[in-house]
Each structure stands twice: as structure tokens, then as C-alpha cells.
Design a protein around this ligand. Sequence first.
Ligand SMILES: [Zn+2]
Length: 365
Amino acid sequence: MRKNLIQLFFISFIFGSQIVAPSDCFSQYAKTTIEKLASPKFDGRGYYKQGDLKAAKFIRREFKKSGLSPVNGTMFQPFSFPVNTFPGAMNVTIGNKKLVAGKDYIVSPACPTVKGTFPLLKLTWPLIDFKQNDYSTSFILVDKAGLDSVAAAAFDSVLRNPPMVKGMVVVEAKKLTWSVSQKVNDQVFIRVLQDSFPSNATNIKLDIENKFISNYATQNVMALLPGTTNSDSFLVFTAHYDHLGRMGKDALFAGANDNASGTAMILDLAKYYSKPENRPAKSLLFIAFAGEEAGLVGSKFYTENPPLPLKTIRFLINLDLMGNGEEGLMVVNGEVFEDEFKILEKLMPISNCFKRLEKRKSPKQ
Ligand SMILES: [Zn+2]
């Protein structure tokens, strides 16, 4: 978004936990909404069985219940983009151990379909010359545990510029984080948690099915609450409602914190401000964006195809990762918009909901 045009706050709770433990400051409605959106019924609000569409319909229904209006006759703003999905088989066995999808391992979001049993060769230091032999049907095991910095850097360079191999298995010490890809790679990348990796395994058995959709149709959901005065500018509340979906049928990425929490919050704000006693003078616009996890696709589409002129946006607050406010609230662009930040500071003792506010200049910091 153009920063000089739209004043933006990105707000999230600091160190928001992955597993949502909603703050007591959340309304019962917000808590229930988070639970609903993160339930298996919504399939992780991604690209498995159109979980995102189920969420979009739910959000639209809630906006309507609060009596909000469509924008130019509709609450849906459709768009499409390419996405790699995993609706079918997702089986990984290393040595004799069948691994649990999403818990023991993740496949690269750009993973292609692969089926078969392949030799698993451990990358050693000094590196072998991959050009000496044909490794095109082999998997390389990359485990950086215990390496010195020179060897670790060499292993990293192999990961960055993979040799001609069928795929790589990377052993990770810490937690696995998945994402969404708009393309499919030729090689198979699998990340396995250290604790789940069977040592001395020499082969890997795979049955993974991807489905690449070049034109996946999705939609932003938007709704208006006209102000009590005839205001021609808007305060805007946004949150992305999409998450990662499923990796195969069993591995659900529920995304309670990221970002059922922010979505629930804008629905709660819509519900609150729509009550006659709370109606603000200024008009409010609520937008639940799709496609964020695939690279901010929904918000980019909105700004390139705005149903209402962008210059009518007086201020925009984006809510993300509201899961746990124990450590306080992080306000991205808080340094840029000093006056607005001061208003938030004044609210702190009144709300009694968060201990401290942290300013960030931009999301890149
Ligand atoms: Zn997010």
C-alpha cells in the first residue's frame, strides 16, 4: 500500500502464542469466533476443500448480522492467483518410521507430486563432488547439528543451490513453519524435526500428491458502516482471514492466532460499532483480506482495484496475531504516526488489557 496515501497501523500482540489462549479482554463473541474459524470445519482457511471460501461466507454472514452494508452492492471482492495445494496423499516414511504430517515433518509448499522409495545419502564434510556420480534419483540428508561454522555455511550453500538430486531432507532442531507457494518446484524438500528423525536411516519412502491450481478463485470480504455524520472519509479496520489450509487431509494448520484472532476482532468491532448507542460519527470500512499467506495477494489486489477511492481512507488499522496479549501490544508504524500512537497510549490504563505498547517503524525492522 502507498504509505503517503494511507496511514497504517499494524497491530499485534507481542509474542502472540501459536496456540491461542485468548486474553480475558476478548469478548465472549471474539473467543467463540476464534474457536469457530480455527475449527476443522474451516480446513485451515486455505486451499484444501476451499476452506477460505467457508471462512469468507461466515465473515459475510456475521457482517450482515451486524447490519453492515455491502460496498458497491457486494461484500465479496473476487480475485484469483496461482497456488500449490495438497488435497491428496501425504505419506512419508524414513527408514522404518512412518512420520506424522505437520508434526514430524513438513513438505516444501512448492513440493511436486512424488511416489517411490529413494536412497537417502547423508551430506558429509568435506562435501562430495555431486558431478562425479548420478544422484538424480537420490535424496540428500542435510543435518547441521554439531557442525562448525565453515561446514554449516557449506551445507547452507548446498541448500541454496541444490545439486542434481531428486530431493533433500533437512533436519531441523526447532519448530517447523509452513507457508503457501504460488509455484511448484522440480525437487522435493522435506523438513523433519530432529526428535522425529530416525537416525541411521538410509532410505525414504514417499507418496505425496500436489495439485497446482493456476487460477484459484478467492475473495476479500468487505462491509461498510455509515457514520452518523455525512463523512466522506473512512476509518478502516482490516485483518487477513486466510491461513495455510491442510497439508494432506490429516495435517490441519488451524491458524487460531494467525489470523482467526484478528478476523474475530474486526467482526467484534463491527458488531460493537453497529449498535445505535456506539455508532461513530465517521464511517467505518471493514475488510477481511484473502491470500495474505501467499504473499499479501488480497490486500495488493484491493489497493490496485479499490471499490472506494483510496484517498477517502483517513486511517487504517490492521490486526494480526492477536492471540495472547500477556507481553503487550506491538504497533508497527507506531513511530511514523506519533499522534495516533499517543491516543493508543491514553487508552492503555482505561482498557487495562495490555501491559505495554511497543513501537515499530516498519514491518521490515
Ligand atoms: Zn498473519
